[in-house]
Design a protein around this ligand. Structure first.
Ligand code: PRP
Length: 194
């Protein structure tokens, strides 16, 4: 625990919820071979855990998308930086995200992917901060509803740092953390102190 940030979703809560999501997806996609599409970079930690809880043959592919500054300001002006190297025609595609806020990134991505004539196209997000939504969009699978707080850890970053925190923390004072990015470093220490 620190003054700068407090645990919002703990390691064990995340593990349990990811297991539940994996079970639901395994049931829903039984008899099919889904293509998981992960959006770099934040979604990769969630993807790595989720895919091991889906007990089906599946494929994993990555896509990178740029945003011009803040999504609210950019009004959805996003572009693909790294495209998929797979033909999605006739495939069951499940986009895996760490967080959906305004929904602008995802609505752009979904419009691009649906034009590739997928058999189905759904979204699984670990966090849904729906209070910030601009583009109407409801993910098929959601890990947790996220309050309107700045969150970091388990893939989510602060200026590219702290994606490797095993839990998700709510940052109380973002400015303080931006001024002194080392403030969360004590939380990176393992349980044995190593
Ligand atoms: C995050 C997240 C989504 C997007 C959601 O990515 O992974 O892709 O923001 O925001 P939106 O709903 O307002 O469009 P970010 O741009 O922070 O990049 P990162 O994953 O590389 O950290």
């Amino acid at each position: 625990m620190s003054e700068v940030a407090s645990v919002l979703f703990g390691r064990e809560d995340i593990r349990r919820r990811v297991e539940e999501l994996g079970r639901a997806i395994t049931g829903d996609y039984a008899g099919r071979e889904p293509v998981l599409v992960s959006v770099l970079k934040g979604g990769t930690v969630f993807l790595a855990d989720l895919m091991r809880e889906i007990h089906l043959a599946l494929e994993v592919h990555f896509i990178a998308i740029s945003r011009y500054g803040d999504a609210e300001e950019s009004m959805g002006r996003v572009q693909i930086l790294l495209d998929l190297d797979v033909d999605l025609a006739g495939r069951d595609v499940l986009v895996v995200e760490d967080i959906v806020d305004t929904g602008l990134t995802l609505s752009y991505l979904l419009s691009v992917l649906s034009a590739r004539r997928t058999a189905s196209l759904e979204v699984c997000t670990l966090l849904d901060r729906s209070v910030r939504r601009i583009a109407p969009l409801t993910p098929r699978y959601t890990g947790f509803d996220c309050p309107d707080l700045f969150v970091v850890g388990y893939g989510l970053d602060v200026d590219e740092r702290y994606r490797n925190l095993p839990a998700i923390y709510a940052v109380e004072d973002v400015r303080m953390l931006q001024e002194d990015p080392g403030l969360l470093a004590p939380m990176l220490v393992g349980p044995d102190g190593g």
